[in-house]
Design a protein around this ligand. Structure first.
Ligand code: PLP
Length: 283
């Protein structure tokens, strides 16, 4: 596999980064994951807007222009012949002598790699996933997409050890989001409920596309916090992210949702999302 690091395309075994990179020492870095379908990029512009926002919140300079970022994405897809999967991009504040005080004039580092993944024909999308709930113990700026992912990684690992697939995180009684996805329930009347945007959740690019497509298709949407008890009683539940697209949740803390099989609302929204995304791919 060819990867990109600071201006160079290299075999993955030859790519290097300084051990003093602040991404390594302080998780002083932000990232984006863009889905690739049919060899094209899904929602690329929205990902680059969110990247710019994350960088701005942390005062990390942009490593290059959006046009250059697009060229790198395209070149990496081409070199790796990737048709379906994802492109990971990370920008850190770069290397500096280890000090909590941030350098005045950082030189950001930029890393990209591709991962092949079956997004459309994924077994979990057909079957649905099981989640457990855990306390949300992340820092309070979950709207910034930083690489500080130890807690969500612990939570997902705990979920899998309990025989589930992922964890939903809970703050003051309400679900914030999944470890790497946004969380939704469907009320008995078909209303889709997902938490409103704030600093408590990542502003998912898939979330905003799904809500727009669903609204256009006449699906009632309410953006509000929901409790774990409510979720367990829901008609359906699901998650969204660049790599899971729209994936049903069929069990929460051992309680089957919708009889333990994916329901009609989530199936329709997944199809709608895939169809609309494919129409808008950036080749
Ligand atoms: N929430 C969290 C915590 C995430 O890490 C992610 C994606 O990685 C998402 C939500 C979904 O965001 P997106 O739809 O932009 O992939």
């Amino acid at each position: 596999r060819t990867v990109y690091v600071n201006g160079q395309y290299l075999p993955e075994t030859e790519a290097t980064l300084s051990i003093f990179d602040r991404g390594i020492l302080f998780a002083d870095a932000v990232y984006e994951v863009t889905a690739v379908l049919d060899g094209g990029l899904v929602d690329f512009d929205a990902h680059m807007r969110r990247l710019a926002r994350s960088l701005g919140e942390l005062d990390i300079p942009a490593p290059c222009s959006d046009e250059t970022l697009l060229e790198i994405h395209r070149e990496l897809l081409r070199r790796n012949g990737l048709r379906e999967g994802l492109i990971y991009l990370q920008v850190s504040r770069g290397a500096a002598e280890r000090d909590f005080l941030m350098p005045d004039e950082p030189t950001p580092s930029l890393v990209l790699f591709t991962q092949e993944k079956a997004l459309l024909e994924s077994p979990t999308a057909k079957r649905g996933i099981r989640v457990i709930t855990v306390p949300d113990q992340r820092w309070r700026r979950c709207d910034i997409k930083t690489t500080q992912l130890l807690y969500p990684s612990m939570a997902k690992t705990e979920a899998v050890r309990h025989g589930a697939d992922d964890a939903w995180m809970v703050h003051e009684g309400t679900v914030t989001e999944g470890t790497s996805n946004n969380a939704y329930i469907v009320e008995p009347d078909g209303t889709v409920v997902t938490r409103q945007l704030s600093e408590a959740i990542l502003h998912g690019i898939t979330r905003s596309a799904v809500l727009a497509y669903a609204r256009e298709a006449g699906v009632p949407i309410r953006e509000r916090a929901f409790t774990v008890a409510e979720a367990k009683q829901a008609a359906e539940a699901f998650i969204t992210s660049a790599t899971s697209l729209v994936t049903p949740v069929i069990n929460i803390d051992g309680h089957d949702i919708g009889g333990g099989t994916p329901g009609p609302v989530v199936r329709r929204i997944r199809e709608l999302y895939i169809e609309e995304s494919r129409r808008r791919l950036l080749a």
